[in-house]
Ligand binder design. Structure first.
Ligand code: ZN
Length: 320
């Protein structure tokens, strides 16, 4: 059984699909690596954003439900999702957000400066400088210069009334308590992989929220491969309810709920997003599972049309 390296992906709920697509590609400069449907509800999209290849540790996914009501974050939920930005890029990002007329705030946590902002559905995001040894590759269709591009996840913050039950499960997953900062407790696995920080903000009076647009649905940690996942399944099954392995086309998954209420997943690093599309055109065609192909025209008719504004590197040179 291998150590959990860090986050594999974070999955959240959005409302307007086009607005979600535009924000993550044109504001944050992520690559749209897969346009597919919710396997449980194929009349709705499932979007994947990430680095140039959608490497594990860089993937933010959304269920954009056009009629989703705005959620409120509460206890047992993910409070904020943090991206890792290159050291020295803080001023680039604050300048970029200002030039786009987006509001943000600056704070300090565990000695690091944090840019806090919200996506169009109110999902709380953070940008934190960090020297990464395994940074993702910069997206090829982005106007964010590669030297400032988001490198992948930094980590997540969970809101909990008590830290101990969550700490116990994280301990089984080999995420150790690293430090305290005010009401925050930080956990991380050994190593220096992307997306390794899990912060718990402890607030005994935190109230339940309501899942909706802007809410994180679940977070997934990385498993090296199928054998590694099965070994983790056996370990987890002894202490918590865990689902059988689910086929997700781009990875395989098991799900379990941590004692504080956050839905956790473990997802395999393989096979990845290049399994059904060439790297040059990732995210451009609607990919649906084979079993839905006979109904493709019906599914497509239910989905809102989308426009992916691909930033051309040639255009970037001209504009600079
Ligand atoms: Zn997932």
């Amino acid at each position: 059984m291998h150590l959990i390296a860090g986050l594999h992906h974070v999955t959240a709920i959005a409302s307007n699909p086009q607005r979600n697509l535009d924000f993550y590609t044109e504001v944050l400069g992520l690559r749209f690596v897969k346009k597919t449907v919710n396997f449980d509800d194929p009349g709705t999209y499932h979007f994947y954003f990430g680095d140039d290849t959608g490497a594990p540790g860089t993937i933010l996914t959304f269920f954009p439900w056009p009629h989703a009501k705005k959620g409120t974050v509460g206890v047992g939920e993910v409070l904020a999702t943090a991206f890792s930005i290159p050291t020295g890029s803080f001023a680039y990002w604050t300048g970029r957000l200002r030039s786009l007329n987006l509001t943000y705030n600056e704070s300090t946590r565990f000695g690091a400066q944090v840019i806090g902002l919200a996506d169009p559905d109110g999902m709380r995001l953070e940008l934190i400088e960090h020297a990464e040894t395994h940074a993702g590759s910069a997206p090829r269709y982005s106007d964010v210069p590669p030297a400032s591009a988001i490198q992948g996840f930094y980590g997540v913050t969970l809101l909990e009334r008590r830290v101990e039950p969550t700490a116990a499960l994280l301990g089984v997953m080999k995420l150790k308590e690293l430090a305290h900062d005010g009401d925050y407790v930080r956990f991380a696995p050994a190593g220096d992989a992307l997306g390794r920080y899990v912060d718990v903000l402890v607030n005994p009076k935190a109230q339940p929220g309501r899942q909706g647009a802007g809410s994180v649905h679940h977070i997934a940690f990385r498993n090296t491969d199928d054998a590694d996942q099965l070994a983790w399944h056996a370990t987890l099954a002894a202490i918590v309810g865990v689902t059988p392995v689910q086929e997700r086309t781009y990875f395989r998954s098991i799900y379990f709920r941590e004692p504080g209420g956050v839905l956790f997943e473990m997802a395999t690093n393989t096979p990845g997003f290049l399994i059904d599309e060439p790297i040059e055109s990732l995210g451009e065609a609607l990919r649906i599972p084979e079993w839905y192909e006979p109904q493709r025209h019906i599914i497509e008719a239910q989905l809102l049309p989308l426009t992916l504004h691909k930033f051309s590197p040639t255009l970037q040179e001209v504009e600079q």
